[in-house]
Design a protein around this ligand. Structure first.
Ligand SMILES: C[S@@+](CC[C@H](N)C(=O)[O-])C[C@H]1O[C@@H](n2cnc3c(N)ncnc32)[C@H](O)[C@@H]1O
Length: 205
C-alpha cells in the first residue's frame, strides 16, 4: 500500500481519537501548542497570512492562529478537513497533499506544521521544504515539529489504525533547510516517551 494512503486513511479513521471536538487528544500532546505558538505570535502583525500544513481537525493550532491572523489549513484527510471547517469557521481549508499543492510565491508570512511532515516519505521532505520556502515571503517564518532521529516504518495499531512515519535525522533536515535558503533560528528537543521530535523556528532568507 502507498505509505501516504496509509496515513490519509489512518487519519480518516483515528481523527476523533487523536483529537476530540474540545481539543483533547493523546496524553502529552495538548499542553504544548500554545507555548510553541507563543514563540511565533509576537513576531507577527495582525494582517499576517499563515499556512498550517497538516492542520488535522484544526484544534488547537489553526483555531488559536485564526483568532488573530488570516489562516489557511491544508490536510489530505477528508475527515480531518470536514471537522476543521466545522470547528474553525474563521479559517480557510484545503483538502490536499502537501507534497502536491502549490501557492503563488510569497503567499504567506508564516508557515506552521506540527507532527505532519514526519508522516511524509522522507524522499519528499526536501520538496515540502522547497515549497514552504517558495510560499513564504522573504523574512517569513517557519515553525514546525520535525524528526529528531532517523526512522521510517509502520505501526499496525496507532489509536486503532495502521500508521506510517518517515524522517531523516535532524542533521540531514537542517542541511536541506540551509541549502534551500532557510536560516534556522533555534531547535529544541521535545521529548515523548522513549523518543522525541525537534521543534524548529526558521526564517526564509
Ligand atoms: C499527527 S496529525 C497532526 C495534526 C495537527 N497538526 C496537530 O498537531 O494536532 C498529522 C496530520 O498531517 C496530515 N498529513 C500527513 N501527511 C500529509 C500530506 N502529505 N499532506 C497533507 N496532510 C498530511 C494527516 O492527515 C494528519 O491530519
Amino acid at each position: 500500500m502507498d505509505p501516504k494512503e496509509i496515513v490519509r486513511a489512518g487519519y480518516d479513521t483515528v481523527s476523533d481519537a487523536y483529537r476530540d471536538d474540545q481539543g483533547g487528544g493523546p496524553a502529552g500532546l495538548d499542553i504544548r501548542y500554545a507555548d510553541w505558538l507563543a514563540e511565533l505570535i509576537p513576531r507577527l502583525t495582525p494582517s499576517t497570512r499563515v499556512l498550517d500544513l497538516g492542520c488535522g481537525c484544526g484544534l488547537p493550532t489553526t483555531k488559536l492562529l485564526a483568532e488573530r491572523f488570516r489562516v489557511t489549513g491544508v490536510d489530505f484527510s477528508p475527515l480531518q478537513i470536514e471537522r476543521a471547517r466545522r470547528l474553525v469557521p474563521r479559517a480557510q481549508f484545503l483538502c490536499a497533499d502537501m507534497t502536491a499543492i502549490d501557492f503563488p510565491r510569497g503567499s504567506f508570512d508564516a508557515v506552521v506544521s506540527f507532527y505532519a511532515i514526519i508522516h511524509v516519505p522522507q524522499a519528499e521532505h526536501r520538496t515540502v521544504y522547497a515549497g514552504i520556502r517558495r510560499w513564504l515571503r522573504p523574512g517569513g517564518l517557519f515553525l514546525a515539529t520535525i524528526g529528531a532521529m532517523a526512522t521510517t516504518g509502520i505501526d499496525d495499531d496507532y489509536l486503532g489504525a495502521p500508521m506510517y512515519w518517515s524522517h531523516p535525522d535532524l542533521t540531514t533536515s537542517l542541511a536541506w533547510l540551509a541549502d534551500l535558503g532557510f536560516e534556522v533560528l533555534w531547535t529544541r528537543f521535545i521529548p515523548e516517551a522513549n523518543t522525541g521530535h525537534t521543534l524548529l523556528l526558521a526564517r526564509s532568507a
